[in-house]
Design a protein around this ligand. Structure first.
Ligand code: PLP
Length: 426
């Protein structure tokens, strides 16, 4: 595989951008290789600057559930572009997308558009704190909610009480208001709440975890959190930036039948443009400025191009049979990988919820960050490189999801399965 142009670009990029990239995971450091520079995408494929192409299972980290350059999204963008790129004043597309999101996700009665998932979670936490008049938040180890100061925390040695900054620049004061809990461990959350639940403004989580690799919620976990949040008057926040419109049209809350107080969205609702949103119960959302006093603002929020792409995306996803088709493709691929793994000697365990899945290189089961961390990341790096050389672009980290899109056809899936089989069967 010739990747000379990618290598040249990366050499220059490293002088101009920290680490040569604008977001860390793209640098591919955790699989010990250099990034591939992408020139264009089409359907299920990405083409790099050297002319190689790959079946893409990253899908821009989730948004591209229809594949690259879907005609409906492209047309909406082209049409909207002719009227201008930004007004800094209300425009009709914002109302239309809000209507669609509210219709799709019943727990959302009002919504605020922002520009990224990070902005959505950061704002939702501020609103939860403003609404409750409390400072503390509970987050789960292994869940990622964007590059938000108060969420970039790690467990302190004492566990379960104070957490420590997980990045330089995050102050001890900021991290001290974040309490870390173990994912899928309801008893742990119960203990934390019993010890001071009346100070907890919000419990935030990925209702289907995707950022430690895919980890589904255990039976009763979401229901139990719902109950605890209600009991103590804390705001339950589902971060559905990844799972929203992915695991079902109405997200994980539809799939698992549990309603949060606030929901964060992003990725798919922007159709590949930079978008985030947060919304929920009217009583809470009416505290957001200018309806209420909790400040939140954005120069480009509700941007017409982003709204148009999101609308086109959600319109496509609202058509009959879409999630059934995604389920069928994903199940076929997962079954095939499981069969190959069973025929080989490498320990693996696979988690899948709808069209998001992770093949962990550990015997499993993987139910939380601790069990995910048991994975052989060296083996994953070999698998990643093997797949890349065979024209399959997976996430360059064990602790990410593979996303199946509607653009993946039978031939794509069969080629992916065959490439994986060659590695897994040994
Ligand atoms: C990607 C992601 C975010 C952050 O979104 P950005 O648009 O990258 O800021 C937040 N939460 C979850 C669950 C995500 O997957």
């Amino acid at each position: 595989m010739d990747t000379r142009k990618s290598q040249e670009l990366f050499a220059e990029a490293q002088r101009l951008l920290p680490g040569g990239v604008n977001s860390p995971v793209r640098a591919m450091r955790s699989v010990g290789t250099d990034p591939i520079f992408i020139a264009r995408g089409e359907g299920s494929l990405m083409y790099d600057v050297d002319g190689n192409h790959y079946i893409d299972y990253v899908g821009s980290w989730g948004p591209l559930i229809l594949g690259h350059c879907h005609p409906a999204v492209q047309e909406a963008l082209e049409k909207t572009l002719r009227n201008g790129t930004s007004f800094g004043a209300p425009s009709p597309l914002e109302v239309e997308l809000a209507r669609k999101v509210i219709a799709a996700v019943p727990s959302i009665e009002m919504v605020r558009m922002v520009n990224s998932g990070t902005e959505a979670t950061m704002s939702a936490l501020r609103v939860a704190r403003g609404f409750t008049g409390r400072d503390r938040i509970i987050k789960f180890i292994g869940c990622y909610h964007g590059a938000v100061d108060s969420l970039l925390v790690q467990a302190g040695s004492g566990m379960a009480t104070l957490s420590l900054p997980d990045s330089p620049g995050v102050t001890k004061g900021t991290s001290a208001d974040t309490i870390l809990a173990r994912y899928n461990d309801l008893d742990h959350v119960r203990e934390i709440m019993a010890a001071g639940g009346e100070q907890v403004a919000a419990i935030i989580l990925e209702p289907v975890a995707g950022n430690m690799g895919v980890v589904p919620p255990a039976v009763g976990f979401l229901e139990g959190l719902r109950q605890l949040a209600s009991e103590y008057g804390s705001v339950l926040i589902f971060d559905e930036v990844m799972s929203g419109f992915r695991v079902a049209y109405g997200g994980a809350q539809e799939r698992f039948g549990v309603a949060p107080d606030l929901t964060c969205l992003g990725k798919i609702i922007g159709g590949g443009m930079p978008v985030g949103a947060f919304g929920g119960r009217r009583e809470i959302m009416e505290t957001v400025a200018p309806a209420g006093n909790t400040y939140q603002a954005g120069t480009l929020s509700g941007n017409p191009l982003a709204m148009a792409a999101g609308l086109a995306m959600l319109t496509e996803l609202g058509k009959p049979g879409i999630y059934e088709a995604l389920e069928e493709k994903s199940a076929w691929l997962a079954d095939s990988l499981a069969e190959s793994a069973a025929a080989g000697t490498i320990a693996t365990c696979q988690n899948r919820v709808g069209s998001m899945m992770t093949l962990f290189f550990t015997a499993g089961p993987v139910t939380d960050f601790g069990s995910a961390k048991a994975s052989d990341t060296g083996r994953y790096a070999e698998y990643f490189k093997h797949m890349l050389e065979n024209g399959v672009y997976l996430a360059p980290s064990q602790f990410e999801a593979a996303f199946v899109s509607l653009a993946h056809d039978e031939d794509n899936l069969a080629r992916t399965a065959a490439s994986a089989a060659a590695f897994l069967r040994g």
